[in-house]
Design a protein around this ligand. Structure first.
Ligand SMILES: *[C@@H]1O[C@H](CO)[C@@H](O)[C@H](O)[C@H]1NC(C)=O
Ligand SMILES: *[C@@H]1O[C@H](CO)[C@@H](O)[C@H](O)[C@H]1NC(C)=O
Ligand SMILES: *[C@@H]1O[C@H](CO)[C@@H](O)[C@H](O)[C@H]1NC(C)=O
Ligand SMILES: *[C@@H]1O[C@H](CO)[C@@H](O)[C@H](O)[C@H]1NC(C)=O
Ligand SMILES: CC(=O)N[C@H]1CO[C@H](CO)[C@@H](O)[C@@H]1O
Length: 492
């Protein structure tokens, strides 16, 4: 079931049960940023299809190609109808999104053909033999955008769709891709819905924990206050031999704490913050398929524990136990080198290949997005600053992927795509008020044609899920706005 490794944003619960793993990394589940929606699995999911894709779009002399996976649902399509393109992200593409979720509802309403294209290097879309650092050089958002443009032009001629209006859908990193695809290829992509899309690359994403704090604060001030008290106690105990023995048993740690190992200590603090990050980011999203885990843990539940009449450190430990139990972890593995070793595995069969290694590479070479402890007024301490994150790039990928590379890459990404100055039209940017990622996204209209849709009370990509009777009114209203906008665009 889902173990969240330590990297960023969008996709799923991997059904690998690994003991002693960190649970949440950089805001991302094992398989990516958007866990699958609630749906009863049955045999009628669309089958894998394969597209001959170009390896290096930026070198016309390189004729190598590879097989990219995609899915199609033509049940609702009527000739003359639009084409909805679901953009895959940093995890395995899940065909469940071809039969359920908001995009499918809109497809039924507007007689659309639906495609989903898996992102290169993730899932079953393997452009190269393995994930060695040299082989990762074709992994970038730019290559991914070219994949999509080439896919669209090919399908236009193969399926006679040239006059169809393509609308791109994506949430989280694919939301950014949906934005940039519309910007770069307005003649191929007619409109985009870019949910919870982080458009600004930044190494130090300290605002993440600011929003986590604000989201926990919606339950009242004591939750955050008690976390801060627990962090103080933790900070004191960890400096003391007897204290470390107490912490080991209290937090069910897999190993003794070696205080001289700064990376282990940082990783411990970061993992305990991760218990809250993972819950806040996906709070009450209608996401779990039958048998999925973790979807029923909410902000309210964690804050109820933190507000118990008990020592805050004990409550903090109880939250940790709940998360460990939920993800079937025997103990909390906070050893830095265990995490690094796992992410160094270059095989497609390794657990890091589910997306952890690839996404870490994209953070190191394009986006940063490190959820550091540098924002002062958050309750999780200052124990995992930016250098704790940036060193991971060279520790995992070698000295050639270092902090200089990261800083240059971030400047390039923002210049290349425009950050929040992106010039784009016929696009909606839905965002959730409690989702930490809204801090890097569009929350104010860019223009009358590029609209922010801020959803009060919801988490990451909530609008993409199928409706649920528990949905907040603002979420229901947002889905209607999106649906009506699509209708209006199609009538233009
Ligand atoms: C398309 O989605 C609808 C709605 O879930 C489903 O009934 C239909 O079987 C799907 N079609 C294909 C070809 O998967
Ligand atoms: C969450 O759901 C699972 C499976 O349905 C259940 O075993 C578990 O007790 C639930 N956890 C909480 C905290 O409600
Ligand atoms: C960082 O990597 C670049 C090239 O990948 C290399 O030229 C540079 O010397 C490295 N810097 C350090 C401090 O290792
Ligand atoms: C969001 O909802 C909360 C609680 O329901 C309410 O107090 C707040 O005023 C709302 N904010 C906006 C901007 O509508
Ligand atoms: C937190 C935040 O950025 N909120 C903004 C979201 O977007 C709306 C407009 O759509 C603004 O009014 C909010 O201030």
């Amino acid at each position: 079931m889902s173990v969240f490794p330590r990297i960023l944003l969008l996709v799923i619960f991997i059904t690998v049960l690994v003991e002693c793993k960190q649970l949440f990394r950089q805001g991302r589940f094992d398989s990516g940023f958007i866990p699958p929606p609630k749906y009863k699995h049955d045999s009628s999911l669309p089958p894998d299809l394969w597209f001959d894709q170009i390896l290096d779009h930026f070198n016309p002399q390189d004729l190598r190609s590879w097989k990219q996976r995609y899915f199609i649902n033509d049940t609702f399509y009527k000739p003359g109808g639009p084409v909805f393109l679901q953009i895959g992200g940093e995890g395995t593409a899940d065909p469940i999104w071809m039969v359920t979720g908001a995009c499918v509802d809109y497809a039924e309403q507007y007689s659309a053909l639906i495609f989903q294209v898996e992102h290169r290097y993730y899932g079953k879309s393997h452009p190269v033999m393995d994930l060695s650092t040299p082989n990762l050089k074709y992994l970038s958002s730019e290559q991914a955008l070219e994949d999509l443009a080439y896919f669209i032009t090919s399908m236009n001629s193969r399926m006679d769709l040239s006059s169809a209006k393509w609308i791109a859908f994506g949430g989280s990193y694919p939301g950014s891709l949906a934005t940039w695809l519309r910007m770069k290829y307005p003649h191929l992509v007619y409109a985009s819905i870019a949910s919870s899309a982080p458009l600004v690359a930044t190494a130090d994403f300290s605002d993440y924990l600011r929003v986590v704090r604000d989201s926990l604060d919606t339950t009242g001030p004591t939750c955050v206050e008690n976390i801060a008290k627990a962090t103080d106690t933790l900070t004191n105990l960890v400096q003391d031999q007897d204290g470390r023995v107490i912490l080991k048993s209290m937090f069910n740690l897999c190993d003794d704490i070696d205080f001289s190992n700064k990376n282990d200590v940082a990783n411990l603090f970061s993992s305990l913050a991760g218990n809250f990050e993972g819950v806040v980011q996906y709070n009450k999203d209608n996401r779990a398929f039958e048998g999925g885990v973790g979807y029923n843990i909410t902000i309210d539940m964690l804050c109820d524990i933190m507000n118990q009449d008990n020592q805050p450190i004990n409550n903090y430990a109880q939250v940790n136990s709940l998360i460990l139990k939920t993800y079937s972890q025997k103990c909390l593995d906070f050893k830095y080198m265990n995490m690094i070793k796992e992410l160094q595995d270059t095989t497609w069969a390794g657990s890091a290949a589910v997306g952890g290694r690839q996404w870490t590479y994209q953070t190191c070479t394009e986006f940063g997005y490190y959820q550091t402890s540098s924002y002062a007024s958050q309750p999780f301490g200052d124990g995992f600053p930016l250098d704790f994150w940036t060193q991971q790039c060279s520790d995992i990928f070698g000295a050639s992927i270092n902090e200089t590379v990261l800083n240059n890459a971030i400047k390039f990404t923002n210049a290349n795509y425009g950050g929040l100055g992106v010039k784009v039209s016929r696009i909606i940017f839905p965002n959730g008020s409690i989702d930490p990622w809204h801090a890097l996204s569009v929350t104010k209209d860019l223009s009358p044609e590029a609209i922010a849709l801020f959803i009060n009370g919801t988490a990451h990509c909530a609008n993409m899920y199928p409706p649920s009777p528990d949905d907040l009114p603002a979420l229901t209203a947002a889905r209607v706005v999106i649906s009506k906008s699509i209708g209006a665009w199609l009538n233009e």
